[in-house]
Design a protein around this ligand. Structure first.
Ligand code: AQP
Length: 327
């Protein structure tokens, strides 16, 4: 039996290199050897205010990007969270097995609550429980995500264990999977913050649809560390981040890249890093532009995904409801 994997991304803006390096790169590597489910988690996106047209566009752009980046809809199940009502149904049930204290400890909730002070919602607070439902419905062995999602997967495991203890074996307890390098890509303008699509300025992230001149400008403006040595060491967080990006978009190791720039300073390094990113993005953007002009094709992929995901999710939900005594 192939290992089952499940992961998802919010359609809250254009994907960036952090999303690719931290999450999607692993999905691509695993798609042949696993039974993979990849979700567009649109109900997560509405935990903060969204313009309806933007959200609609972002959902379709994310579907196009999943395929453009190399996920094959004939091998993996690509679907939209809101198309499978079992997610919200199980989320309600799991809310009744989650403690206020454990949700209050979630660092992403604390960060986003601070960002949306006046408009912080109950949905934002219980979002990790919806994520637990997203995962547990599919009984995955592995959840490949960036490091920022580790705490949410741990919560998922705790909720699942709590339910299993009370009602008997129901959910598989999934393991989190982070990439060896690049589990947390940092912002280009502040290497103490993670690269994020909802950042206040676009300078901090490279979107997968940024045109070449924008990529060049952002990399050239990226913050560097004092000195002029191109090295991935603890006291050079900005350079370590740039080298992690460089190695992810080329076939070169960090050691090989460091060797290329001994005694060269930052100028040539940054220019060639930008060129490597542009080359890496070129085929992805070509495919993306082709797909985005064919919404009916994307709709067909999501319809097929909905059918397959609904069937698998319903089996778990029915088992849970039977154990609860509601059916
Ligand atoms: N900077 C990052 N480095 C490595 N991995 C990252 N991921 C996100 N940022 C980085 C991983 O990408 C997947 C999808 O994340 P998401 O978009 O659903 O949510 P997020 O973690 O909240 O990402 P953003 O970009 O920061 O979105 P906004 O700004 O909308 O909240 C996850 O596996 C995540 O770990």
């Amino acid at each position: 039996m192939k290992q089952r994997i499940l992961s998802g991304i919010q359609p809250s803006g254009a994907l960036h290199l952090g999303n690719y390096i931290g999450a999607i790169r692993q999905w691509k590597d695993l798609q042949d050897s696993s039974d993979a489910f990849f979700c567009i988690v649109d109900y997560h996106a509405i935990t903060v205010p969204q313009d309806p047209q933007d959200l609609y566009d972002n959902i379709h752009q994310l579907a196009a990007m999943y395929v453009a980046i190399g996920l094959d809809p004939n091998k993996v199940t690509l679907f939209k969270q809101s198309d499978v009502s079992a997610h919200t149904e199980l989320a309600w049930i799991l809310n009744c097995f989650s403690h206020m204290g454990e949700l209050e400890r979630m660092t992403q909730y604390k960060d986003k609550k601070a960002k949306h002070k006046q408009r912080s919602t109950v949905g934002l607070f219980t979002y990790p429980v919806l994520m637990a439902a997203d995962i547990l419905l599919y009984q995955p062995h592995l959840v490949p995500v960036g490091e920022d999602q580790k705490q949410h997967v741990e919560l998922t495991r705790n909720i699942a264990e709590r339910f299993n203890q009370r009602y008997g074996e129901t959910f598989r307890i999934p393991d989190v999977l982070h990439p060896k390098q690049g589990a947390r890509i940092m912002s280009l303008d502040d290497p103490t913050k993670k690269m994020s699509k909802s950042a206040t300025t676009e300078r901090g992230y490279i979107s997968l649809i940024d045109p070449p001149d924008v990529v060049m400008k952002k990399v050239k403006r990226a913050v560097t560390d004092s000195g002029d040595e191109v090295k991935a060491v603890a006291d050079k967080p900005a350079l370590t981040n740039l080298l992690t990006i460089y190695t992810a978009v080329t076939a070169k190791s960090i050691g090989e890249i460091e060797q290329l720039y001994v005694g060269q300073g930052y100028g040539r390094f940054k220019k060639e890093l930008a060129e490597a990113i542009i080359e890496f993005l070129r085929p992805i953007q070509e495919k993306y532009n082709e797909l985005i002009d064919h919404p009916a094709e994307l709709q067909k992929i999501l319809e097929a995904g909905k059918e397959k995901a609904s069937t698998v999710a319903q089996i778990t939900l029915d088992d849970v409801k039977t154990k609860l005594g509601v059916i």
